[in-house]
Design a protein around this ligand. Structure first.
Ligand code: HEM
Length: 263
């Protein structure tokens, strides 16, 4: 059996082994506080400064859009990505199901959010898809749908062969992180656009709404950074379990290459 790498070994049950491991719960806590603050700030921005929420084609329907996007495509998306680091010693299949389930909720909330802005544009006769924000937004959402479907087919359908799964896993991981970066980047362009539409004349005087939105934007970057850090640190990965080690060996035999962590 292939020996596990030093950074993956040495974790006790339920613990997070390896160098720097004691930081994990703290960083995880920071990520959750940041995520909650993002949702609250967006809610206060749209609820307090922009008049609240409705589903009637008015500007209040637009307000559903940022809230759903930050909740779904940023906070819940980040949490779905983190489950493999949080539940490192639970059965892989259960964690995969939880990962897919949180992603599904995030996807549904995001689709509601995008529907709200299209519906508002239609009711107000505003053209669709003219801005950089809208192009990046649709690209992010389409990629997200594709990523979710590919994940379902490769990792949850019993039909997919082990070596195909192992081959696809690094791509899935790469696109997962790319999507997080795209969601944060798209949100930043959306925040800027909304500020320019809503408070352009007074923005240079730093009104409370402008400050709140700027803080939201900075925290969006911080959330992406903390989640990205937690996901890419080798010592926070799941330690290979016996059946995963077997798969890893199988992959190496087939490809003659170094193996990724098994799916
Ligand atoms: C990842 C998150 C987001 C995605 C995927 C996304 C996606 C989209 C899409 C596809 C549109 C175009 C609707 C149309 O053309 O009819 C749009 C519009 C808009 N979004 Fe977002 N959005 C996101 C986050 C945000 C956030 C956080 C804000 C902040 C307030 C925001 C503000 C706006 C504004 C002002 C518009 C209308 C102007 C335009 O079409 O560009 N968005 N969004």
């Amino acid at each position: 059996m292939e020996p596990s790498s030093p950074s993956l070994s040495g974790s006790g049950p339920g613990g997070h082994g390896g160098p720097g491991c004691s930081l994990f719960p703290w960083l995880l806590g920071v990520s959750q506080i940041l995520g909650l603050v993002l949702v609250v700030l967006t809610g206060v921005w749209m609820g307090h400064f922009r008049g609240g929420f409705a589903w009637d084609g008015s500007a209040l329907e637009f307000n559903v859009h940022p809230l759903c996007m930050v909740l779904g495509l940023v906070f819940l998306y980040g949490d779905a990505v983190l489950v493999f680091r949080v539940f490192r010693n639970e059965a892989k299949r259960s964690v995969k199901l939880l990962h897919a389930f949180i992603h599904l909720i995030a996807l549904i909330i995001s689709i509601i959010g995008v529907t709200a802005v299209f519906d508002f544009h239609r009711a107000a006769s505003i053209p669709d898809m003219y801005s950089l924000h809208s192009w990046c937004g649709v690209l992010t959402l389409v990629l997200y749908c594709a990523q979710w479907l590919m994940g379902l087919v490769f990792f949850l359908f019993p039909g997919a062969s082990s070596w195909l799964r192992a081959l696809y896993l690094p791509l899935h991981g790469f696109f997962g992180l790319l999507l997080l970066a795209m969601a944060v980047g798209t949100s930043l362009t959306g925040v800027t656009e909304k500020l320019l539409f809503s408070i352009m004349p007074s923005y240079p005087q730093l009104p409370p709404e402008g400050i709140l939105a700027n803080v939201l934007a900075v925290l969006l970057v911080a959330f992406g950074g903390v989640v990205g850090f937690l996901v890419t640190r080798e010592e926070y990965r799941r330690p290979p379990h016996p059946e995963e080690e077997a798969l890893s060996l199988h992959f190496k035999t087939l490809t003659g290459a170094g193996s990724p962590t098994s799916p």
